[in-house]
Design a protein around this ligand. Structure first.
Ligand code: 5CA
Length: 438
């Protein structure tokens, strides 16, 4: 994309309403704009990041054997009356009446709807187990929407639902999803820690939150530094496989042996057993939450599957959420400096920005155009008629992993400057070498 033709409305001033770095930077770099309290429009730069995160989440769900579908945002109230959650959900639920006076709602989550779809179609143990997921907008009329996309009212969630014949099967599904989560967060450049959690309005007896550290996090968290050493994506094989029960057991044992807890579940006696140099504590942001809730919905909604002996069994269920839009903010919280965002390569809206320091100079223009032709839509070309300082500041603010800086002196000698945003390291190279490095 040519910056001169793009819709990336950056701001020079720091918006007064933004209290935390990610919110400030998302507004300043032109990623989002608020359209109502807690509701945001995703502008081209922000939308590219959202799509990249969504793609990684999807790839890891698919790799774990979950199947993608898409359920609607608007749901009938009857389904929620069946489960008993229509009244329980309270003011957070946006209730809507259609022209025929039918009660509808904008879905805050989808346990009821997936259970309904499942009970209509699956009859036999032969079709089990199943894990289904979608990536869809949710609405929760949060009392205090804040911190930008971090706690919005409308937000994008990946929610998966597992159906198993028995508890042992449900535990395998739960572990598979947990592994998919750790792989997902590592690919996003995040160190997320699974912490035992309360299951709240979703219900159930087994639940983990996935927390990343950030000074502006909403809860205080404590964990063993051993988590920082675990590699969920080892190159050249090894690691844990989703399809191997021993691997899943070994994985889950690691996740639950090392100490990790939010303040709600913090256990001082257990904490004191962690070696002092291994104790990590700070504020945490919840980027995912998984639940095993057994037959809570399959029973209340009369969903049954025939077992081999013909008996009708209520499937054991779990649900698994990732805050896709929240992750855009969370990645920025984890990776920024005073000048702006520092995108991990995996989610960056553009791999690189080509900065033309002397627009109108034939050699600079030709070199930039040639680079841009090679990189295409994976690069942003800053072809604006602006002073160098402004271009550098915008490039740092937008946080592209690489900057290819083309100035008249270097260009005359067939060289560009390649800057790595994360380290600030600059090297003089030929355009060909620069392309090779990206
Ligand atoms: N049905 C379950 C799992 S599918 C569920 O709804 N879980 S949840 O309530 O914990 O939400 C899942 C994830 O969505 C959270 O971990 C969080 O990352 C994200 N999330 C929840 N509320 C918001 C919000 N108001 N704004 C942005 N993200 C949110």
């Amino acid at each position: 994309m040519r910056l001169s033709r793009s819709f990336i409305p950056t701001l020079k001033e720091t918006p007064a309403e933004a209290q935390i770095a990610s919110h400030r930077l998302m507004l300043r770099a032109g990623l989002v704009r608020q359209t109502s309290a807690g509701i945001y429009a995703w502008l081209p730069l922000g939308f590219r990041v959202l799509k990249n995160i969504e793609r990684i989440v999807r790839e890891e769900q698919d790799a774990a054997g979950a199947q993608e579908l898409l359920m609607p945002t608007i749901q009938p109230a009857e389904l929620w009356r069946e489960s008993g959650r229509y009244d329980d959900y309270g003011e957070e639920m946006l209730r809507i009446t259609d022209r025929r006076e039918r009660e509808m709602l904008y879905g805050p989550t989808n346990e009821e709807m997936i259970t309904d779809l499942f009970r209509q179609s699956v009859r036999s143990y032969r079709e089990m187990p199943q894990i289904l997921y979608h990536i869809q907008w949710k609405f929760r009329d949060e009392m205090r929407p804040r911190f930008g996309v971090m706690r919005g009212r409308e937000f994008l969630m990946k929610d998966a639902y597992s159906f198993d014949m028995d508890y042992a099967g449900a535990v395998v599904s739960y572990r598979k999803m947990m592994l998919a989560y750790m792989r997902t967060f590592q690919r996003l450049g995040l160190k997320a820690i699974p912490m035992e959690a309360e299951s709240g309005p979703i219900g159930g007896d087994l639940s983990h939150e996935f927390i990343i550290l950030a000074p502006t996090g909403e809860s205080q968290v404590y964990f063993d530094a051993a988590f920082e050493q675990i590699d969920y994506l080892p190159r050249g094989g090894g690691g844990f496989s989703h399809d191997n029960a021993d691997d899943l057991h070994r994985f889950f044992t690691q996740m639950t042996t090392h100490y990790a807890a939010t303040d709600e579940k913090h256990d001082l006696a257990a904490w004191e057993k962690v070696a002092p140099e291994h104790r990590r504590e700070g504020r945490g942001i919840e980027v995912g939450h998984i639940f095993h809730f057994g037959t809570k919905y399959s029973k209340s909604m009369n969903c049954t599957v025939a077992a081999p002996d013909g008996a009708k069994v209520h499937p054991e269920m779990g649900s698994y959420g990732i805050g896709v839009s929240r992750l855009v903010g969370a990645v920025i919280e984890a990776s920024h400096d005073d000048s702006g965002i520092i995108w991990p390569d995996s989610v960056a809206p553009f791999k690189a920005v080509i900065i033309n320091l002397r627009r109108g100079d034939a050699v600079c223009d030709a070199m930039c155009e040639a680079l841009y032709a090679r990189l295409g839509n994976t690069a942003l070309y800053d072809d604006r008629d602006e002073r160098a300082g402004g271009k550098f500041a915008d490039a740092d603010l937008m946080g592209h992993p690489w900057q290819i800086i083309v100035g008249p002196r270097g260009a005359a000698a067939g060289k560009v400057e390649l800057k790595r945003r994360a380290t600030g390291e600059r090297t003089e190279v030929t355009p060909e070498e620069a392309l090779g490095r990206l």
